[in-house]
Design a protein around this ligand. Structure first.
Ligand SMILES: Nc1ncnc2c1ncn2[C@@H]1O[C@H](COP(=O)(O)OP(=O)(O)OP(=O)(O)O)[C@@H](O)[C@H]1O
Length: 258
């Protein structure tokens, strides 16, 4: 499926609760360009996950709308891959059968799906674990399975909600490198929520910085670093300058001190 843009049009979300309404998000308006990876960073509770869920049709905005490649988002859209912090693998299915799940739900050709699943697992370095069960794998390996599952049906959109935040620092770095390898340059429009500013810069073509709740856009930062990105680039001056620019927002608003 070809990548399309993501138009976020005056989206806001207010959650009703017994103790009063919570204005969680917005209004937020922007266009995420087709084929790009956009990272969203912001203080805890500012509505990042809410925005991602609305983009994916997993939650509805209180006002505004999201349009994916010309189609207004509603429940049941296909062509979207999602990876959450928790991998949500099914423990009773082996790795390969977990990856194949979306193809089975979408009734895709079984032989095609199997070939693609194995190719993805190989690219992610876990092909030899295809017949193991999730409970036999480390956290980083499980998350690689979740990524393979999300990408199996070649989604036009990939939504990543803090996918690496439960992993140790070394594994996390490795996952960033692997993710950009399998993402398929230009073929997927990706949105990444992360708490790590260096991770946002490393993986994204553009970083959006959100304010505290209700989350609004504070800054919109292009990341013109060449691809493929290498971990050593994080020591370079232009990388550090981008990290500093983002960090300044959090220092100014008191989210980061020291
Ligand atoms: N279903 C819900 N009902 C009521 N309030 C909610 C609901 N979901 C989220 N909220 C509130 O909306 C706000 C935004 O939540 P959200 O999870 O989108 O933030 P976030 O930026 O992703 O946070 P974090 O970085 O800590 O994961 C929070 O104050 C949260 O408590």
């Amino acid at each position: 499926m070809a990548a399309g843009d993501i138009r976020i049009e005056a989206v806001s979300r207010i959650y009703g609760s017994r103790t009063g309404d919570v204005h969680a998000l917005g209004p937020v308006s922007t266009v995420l360009e087709a084929g790009q990876t956009t990272a969203i960073v912001g203080p805890s509770g500012c509505g990042k996950s809410t925005l991602l869920r609305i983009i994916g049709g997993l939650d509805r905005p209180s006002a505004g709308r999201v349009v994916l490649g010309g189609q207004v988002v509603q429940e049941g859209l296909t062509g979207i891959g999602v990876v959450f912090q928790r991998d949500l693998l099914l423990d009773w299915r082996n790795v390969l059968d977990n990856v194949l799940l979306p193809a089975q739900l979408q009734k895709r050709d079984a032989a095609w799906a199997r070939t693609r699943a194995m190719a993805l697992l190989d690219e992610l370095g876990i092909g030899e674990f295809a017949l193991r069960h999730p409970w036999e794998l480390s956290g980083g390996m499980r998350q690689r399975v979740a990524i393979a599952r999300a990408l199996l049906c070649e989604p036009a959109y990939l939504l990543l909600d803090e996918p690496f935040s439960a992993l140790d620092a070394l594994t996390r770095d490795q996952m960033g490198v692997l993710l950009q390898r399998v993402q398929g340059a230009g073929r997927t429009t990706s949105v990444l929520i992360t708490h790590s500013i260096p991770e946002a810069v490393f993986l994204a073509d553009r970083v959006l910085v959100m304010s505290g709740r209700p989350g609004a856009l504070l800054d919109d930062i292009p990341v013109p670093l060449p691809r493929p990105r290498r971990l050593s680039m994080r020591e370079e001056a232009d990388f550090a300058a981008l990290v500093r620019r983002i960090r300044t927002h959090f220092e100014r608003t008191g989210v980061l001190t020291g």
